[in-house]
Write a protein that binds this ligand. Structure first.
Ligand code: NAP
Ligand code: BGC
Ligand code: ZN
Length: 362
């Protein structure tokens, strides 16, 4: 079967032939429909995040997948049936075996050394004609969402981060009215839509692009204000617009968490999602420390998501307006055309938002 991989020492994905995987005990065989590409995939391709499976010279890419159950284990304790459309979660136990995080269904809370991540760190991903997975890591979705199912994983990431940020404000009456999303990639734009539906009165989204640009069109169609970081850096947002109750960082730009402390309103919280490269720079740590303390502000890091977040994400995906799904997904390419799904690597159109590789159809 065909698989899209990054080889050790290379800087661009390639398509290779691999044997179709045989499901082990308790595992389903899944026929892949589509696999999305996100900012993390480029970090994996560049070698700045994640790693190869032990002893292997390549990593099958892809962690945002949707597929159809092709085979189930005979003795499987599952409600799944052959033909069901499913989305796989990303984390799996490390070689040492399952630990408490997995036993509690909270693999998303495991530190990196207690988990592997399919398509990212230490385990092959889903960008192949077939993949296998223990049945407990497959979440079923309605057939009519199959073509958009690869958006479930990123939506689940935002659902978890928003939940954790809100939990950090649960000890008092917190009634957030304004939100700022840092980053106009797919994760930022999906989150902007999610926040709009959670009743925020005023939403902002930060980018660094000139008009016309499809991401700015989406921001404005969602009723949010586009903020250009080249004209208004994050710490100047209170002066130009307002201090905000909630910030969601999805740029991976390492100055943003510190600038966000200045942009938060008293009692506000910023969720940090980005995966930056190492970068040393100067900040006034004393000032930030005092600002966090004296205004009861919080910074909350958030990574990955668990089954519960995936299940909630399926509902969120069904609720999103169809124009949004269509505008966000700027290209779905057959595997022979996979290079077009990686425009940042292969010098493609920079006006893409979300791309995916299609392996088969329902
Ligand atoms: P993406 O497509 O690369 O989006 C990042 C966006 O941020 C880009 O549109 C980029 O603008 C913009 N940006 C970067 N620096 C900026 C700056 N200084 N000012 C204004 N805009 C800036 O990535 P994504 O898929 O949306 O993901 C966002 C980040 O979250 C990545 O770092 C990714 O690795 C991470 N992530 C984390 C999790 C988690 O579980 N924590 C899950 C998914 C993704 P241009 O396109 O114009 O350069
Ligand atoms: C993935 C998460 C993963 C994180 C860190 C993100 O792009 O969506 O599932 O935990 O990267 O590797
Ligand atoms: Zn991701």
């Amino acid at each position: 079967m065909d698989a899209i991989v990054i080889r050790r020492g290379e800087t661009a994905p390639e398509i290779v032939g691999k044997p179709r995987p045989d499901p082990g005990p308790g595992e389903a065989l899944v026929r892949t429909l589509r696999v999305g590409v996100d900012g993390t995939d480029y970090e994996v391709i560049r070698g700045s995040h994640g790693g190869y499976p032990a002893g292997e010279d390549h990593l099958v890419l892809g962690h945002e997948a949707v597929g159809v159950v092709a085979e189930l284990p005979a003795d499987a304790e599952t409600d799944l049936e052959v033909g069901d459309v499913v989305v796989p979660t990303v984390r799996r136990p490390p070689a040492a075996g399952a630990n408490g995080y997995f036993e509690r269904g909270e693999a998303d809370m495991a530190p990196p050394e207690r988990t592997v991540e399919r398509g990212i760190d230490g385990a092959h991903g889903f960008m192949a004609e077939y993949f296998t997975s223990p049945v407990e890591y497959l979440v079923s979705i309605p057939d009519d969402l199959a073509e958009w199912g690869f958006l479930v994983e990123p939506i689940s990431i935002s659902g978890k981060a928003i939940e954790h940020a809100a939990a950090s404000r649960s000890a008092f009456e917190w009634t957030p009215e304004s939100a700022l999303v840092l980053g106009n990639g797919c994760l930022g734009l999906l989150t902007l839509a999610m926040l709009g539906r959670r009743g925020y009165d005023r939403t902002y989204c930060l980018g660094r692009r000139d008009r016309p640009d499809p991401t700015i069109d989406v921001i404005e169609h969602l009723g949010a204000t586009y903020v250009d970081s080249r004209a208004t850096p994050v710490d100047e947002i209170p002066e130009v617009y307002e201090s905000v109750d909630f910030i969601y960082e999805a740029t991976g730009y390492a100055r943003h968490p510190f600038e966000a402390v200045e942009a938060l309103a008293p009692n506000g919280v910023a969720a940090l999602l980005g995966l930056p490269d190492s970068w040393a720079f100067e900040v006034d740590g004393g000032r930030l420390h005092e600002e966090l303390v004296m205004h009861n502000k919080a910074l909350v890091g958030s990574v990955n998501s668990n089954r519960r977040h995936f299940a909630a994400a399926v509902e969120t995906l069904a609720d999103l307006p169809s124009w949004l799904r269509e505008d966000l997904v700027t290209g779905v390419y057959g595997r022979e055309d996979y290079r077009r799904a990686f425009p940042d690597t292969f010098d493609g159109d920079e006006r893409t938002i979300k791309t995916a590789v299609e392996f088969s159809t329902i």
